[in-house]
Design a protein around this ligand. Structure first.
Ligand code: GMT
Length: 378
């Protein structure tokens, strides 16, 4: 199949997932066309069946806001025609599903019928999409997609509730390429970052308020009061400054390493002992799954789709949002004895196998096939 993938090309989970999906589909013999405003960060290599088409939005002084969805829909029309794209898979409803609908409509005028598969990733529904300024267009885009998927059962239920839509939503969870997370402790530069007796605790995110970065620091503060530990903060975002300030206030600056964005998260995870994800909400928590695949147990909040990924007492522990004391106590329960830590490491790795890329990607292929068969004519 010739598949067009539209996504945000950044470090965010939706872009990472869309990129890994495209790469796996290409390995399975499909022709993949990434269509977005810059080359996706995890797309290091293009090959004979992986292509990247840049969407350009020319600056024009009259426009206070540059019309990205207009440029994207024009580009989609061109790419579908030039590359005979069979199906368009758009990740994140805003504005991708909307732009794809416009492209579909324009193509229809020329006698070309292309199905649109929309994957909802979370904040496109929970935080942004349900805002009254966007809700009408997002509801329309969901209803007009040929197929809609969500990354967790929880996100499906939230979408149906918030958008009052009868549209069938298929749950296709995030997945992981387990091969990539097989690096062993000895392959990593642990010595550069922590002493042998220190437990290594890691957090990876885009440091948005929804991640509750202050909770990460406070949980770590309580942990390091009880045992030697280091905190690896991976990512960039609006809350980073405040987090650095908090470390100063708690006088733990020497124990917290801010590593910035990294495309080698697996190399940091391979020497981590614990992952913290105390998010306000999380449709799935791909970052937690990446940690688990590396054998890193997870201390998380119990909101959104996280309980579908992190299993209480097996891969880690879950607590109500903001329950910092409980999260720190649970972390210590895991970290204090090597034997307990090893049991949880094993539990995390086994739980992650449920989301093996080879089990999940065929669901998307089946959805494309079905969408092609039943493409809604407009
Ligand atoms: O977590 C983020 O802020 C990034 C965000 C995105 O849209 O890129 O991630 C969302 O999609 C991921 C992939 O499906 C999910 O694993 C994340 O849980 C979800 N984030 C939230 O719901 C906050």
């Amino acid at each position: 199949m010739n598949i067009g993938i539209v996504c945000y090309p950044t470090f965010g989970g939706s872009g990472v997932l869309a990129t890994e999906l495209g790469l796996e589909l290409s390995r399975k013999g499909h022709e993949i066309h990434f269509i977005t405003y810059s080359q996706p960060v995890r797309l290091e290599l293009l090959s004979s069946n992986v292509h990247f088409h840049e969407v350009n939005v020319p600056e024009y002084p009259l426009f206070h806001y540059q019309p990205y969805e207009l440029a994207l829909s024009s580009k989609l029309v061109d790419m579908v025609k030039i590359h005979n794209i069979d199906v368009l898979h758009v990740h994140y409803a805003i504005p991708h599903a909307y732009a794809a609908y416009m492209a579909k409509k324009m193509l229809h005028e020329e006698g070309i019928n292309v199905p649109i598969v929309t994957t909802l990733h979370g904040t496109d529904v929970t935080l942004v999409g349900s805002h009254p300024f966007y809700k009408t267009a997002v509801t329309f885009s969901i209803n007009k997609s040929d197929a809609v998927t969500s990354v967790s059962q929880n996100l499906k239920e939230v979408t149906q509730r918030l958008f009052n839509t009868q549209k069938e939503i298929k749950v296709v969870p995030n997945f992981i390429d387990l091969e990539k997370y097989k690096t062993t402790y000895t392959d990593c530069d642990r010595d550069l970052l922590a002493r042998p007796e220190e437990r290594v605790i890691t957090h990876v995110s885009n440091f948005r308020p929804v991640k509750r970065i202050a909770d990460v620091i406070e949980i770590f503060y309580k942990i390091q009061n009880e045992l030697p530990a280091k905190l690896m903060m991976v990512g960039e975002g609006p809350e980073r400054k405040q987090a650095e300030h908090l470390c100063k206030t708690y006088n733990i600056e020497d124990k917290v390493v801010f590593l910035g964005n990294s495309s080698e998260v697996d190399k940091i995870l391979c020497f981590s002992d614990l992952f913290l994800l105390p998010s306000e909400t999380e449709s799935f928590g791909l970052a937690a799954l990446e940690a688990m695949a590396s054998g890193v147990p997870v201390i998380s909040s119990n909101s959104g789709g996280i309980p579908e990924v992190n299993i209480e007492g097996v891969s880690g522990y879950l607590s109500p949002v903001g329950a910092i004391d409980e999260m720190a106590q649970n972390a210590l329960k895991i970290l204090k004895a090597d034997s307990t830590l090893n049991t949880f490491k094993h539990g995390a790795q086994v739980t992650a196998t449920k989301f093996d890329i080879h089990k999940i990607v065929p669901f998307y292929e089946a959805i494309y096939e079905e969408a092609l068969k039943n493409c809604i004519s407009i």
